[in-house]
Design a protein around this ligand. Structure first.
Ligand SMILES: C[S@@+](CC[C@H](N)C(=O)[O-])C[C@H]1O[C@@H](n2cnc3c(N)ncnc32)[C@H](O)[C@@H]1O
Ligand SMILES: C[S@@+](CC[C@H](N)C(=O)[O-])C[C@H]1O[C@@H](n2cnc3c(N)ncnc32)[C@H](O)[C@@H]1O
Ligand code: SF4
Length: 377
């Protein structure tokens, strides 16, 4: 099982909180599509033993591409890689791009999973975050998309300053009313060098309140679980049969190739990062150079990575795998570090797997960090 991630580095406008790589200058869109296709060709040997099971167009905003561009990119995957018979092919889309015509066209393309960046159904939140869509577009696009796509996910953000519990509950209830089978939901994070950070520093908007985010997270888990969703990863909830195969492969440590500026790649022993500059990326690819920085992962890096991702998921960390893949020294260290957290009710062991309890869930990244190793190899 392996996946290909393709980063589309353009957005119509910058959301105040976002530090992902994108440009609002669409002038290079055509050249970028050609460069992405060429990178797919240049890197095909890295995946010559692999069967691609998921293709994910993320961003940035992939829905700024027209369907001919989307088709060309997916075609380049098929012509250079071995692709499973029925792969999951996701497109991240923003509501303001999803007109009826666009959705109809997308439905004719190979895309079979639509991940829509709703974030909130409320005008106040959307304005505060500087989203390009309004609340009507947020609602209309789901109704339209449901006529053409079965596998739909929406993204929602919580812990937004000014968002009280009632507004957050309404957002969740609207998502449930629309009957989407998958929801990804993130706590608003204040990233350095974003407009959000500058506004908070100047006192123009209240700071993001961690306690509010934790309350929102627990409301989210309770409501979605009651509605039949499984919280299969801290930020991801799916009805049975609708877990994201792409994300699941990441969390289970499968290989993936990241194409496009800022995309990262992983092949179990190495991690690669593409340059996060559109002009430099296009120039390098045109010269048949891969603008990628590669880091070889030590055993300790791989252990830390497995602890971090494993504890975020319902599959947990396999103690057997720790013993066989990393050895007795790693296992003994983990057992010793986990002991206190098990006593405190933050972690538990079930069927030889270490898992985060309900009490520990919101804190899972911090709990994982306490189990990290620094220098064993
Ligand atoms: C990078 S966006 C790409 C997809 C699309 N452009 C969109 O906005 O939905 C993927 C997800 O990351 C979320 N995200 C980005 N920065 C975030 C932040 N600082 N805090 C919480 N969520 C964030 C977005 O809101 C979105 O749901
Ligand atoms: C994991 S995705 C959000 C999940 C998604 N809404 C879904 O369909 O379930 C969040 C963002 O992570 C980023 N991302 C995912 N894989 C990446 C990769 N290999 N390289 C760079 N960015 C990546 C993209 O910006 C993407 O928008
Ligand atoms: S959240 Fe999505 S639309 Fe907003 S700037 Fe980031 S990538 Fe672009």
């Amino acid at each position: 099982m392996s996946g290909i991630y393709i980063h589309i580095p353009f957005c119509k406008q910058a959301c105040h909180y976002c530090d992902f790589h994108f440009s609002t200058n669409m002038g290079k869109k055509e050249a970028m599509v050609l460069a992405l296709i060429k990178e797919l060709e240049l890197r095909k040997d890295e995946f010559k033993e692999e069967v691609v099971q998921t293709i994910y167009l993320g961003g940035g905003t992939p829905s700024v591409l027209n369907t001919a561009e989307i088709d060309q990119i997916i075609e380049a995957v098929y012509s250079n890689y071995t692709v499973l018979g029925a792969p999951e092919i996701t497109l991240e889309a923003n509501p303001d791009d999803l007109s009826k015509e666009k959705i109809e066209e997308l439905a004719k393309s190979p895309i079979n999973r639509l991940s829509i960046g709703i974030q909130s159904f409320f005008e106040e939140d959307l304005k505060m975050m500087n989203r390009a869509h309004n609340s009507k577009e947020a609602e209309d696009c789901i109704v339209l998309a449901k006529n053409y796509f079965d596998n739909i996910s929406i993204d929602l953000i919580y812990g937004i300053p000014g968002m009280n519990n009632d507004r957050w509950i309404s957002n969740i209830e609207k998502a449930l009313d629309y009957g989407v089978p998958h929801i990804s939901s993130y706590a608003l994070t204040v990233e350095p060098k974003t407009a959000l950070k500058a506004f908070i520093d100047k006192g123009l908007i209240p700071t993001v309140d961690d306690e509010l985010a934790e309350v929102h997270f627990h409301i989210l888990v309770e409501k979605l679980e009651a509605a039949g969703f499984i919280n299969y990863e801290i930020s991801n909830f799916g009805k049975p049969g609708y877990f994201s195969r792409n994300n699941t492969a990441y969390w289970q440590g499968k290989k993936y190739l990241g194409i496009g500026p800022s995309a990262h790649s992983y092949d179990v022993i190495r991690r690669g990062w593409n340059i996060n500059n559109n002009a430099k990326y296009i120039k390098a690819i045109a010269q048949n150079e891969l603008p990628i920085e590669v880091e070889v992962l030590s055993k300790t890096d791989r252990y830390n990575e497995y602890i971090m991702t494993g504890l975020r998921t319902i599959w947990g960390v396999s103690l057997e795998r720790i013993k066989t893949e990393f050895g007795q020294k790693f296992y003994a260290y983990l057992a010793q570090q986990a002991h206190k957290k098990i006593e405190d009710g933050l972690l538990y062991i079930e069927k030889d797997h270490l898992l985060v309890s309900k009490k520990g869930k919101f804190l899972s990244d911090g709990i994982a960090a306490d189990l990290f190793l620094v220098n064993l190899s």
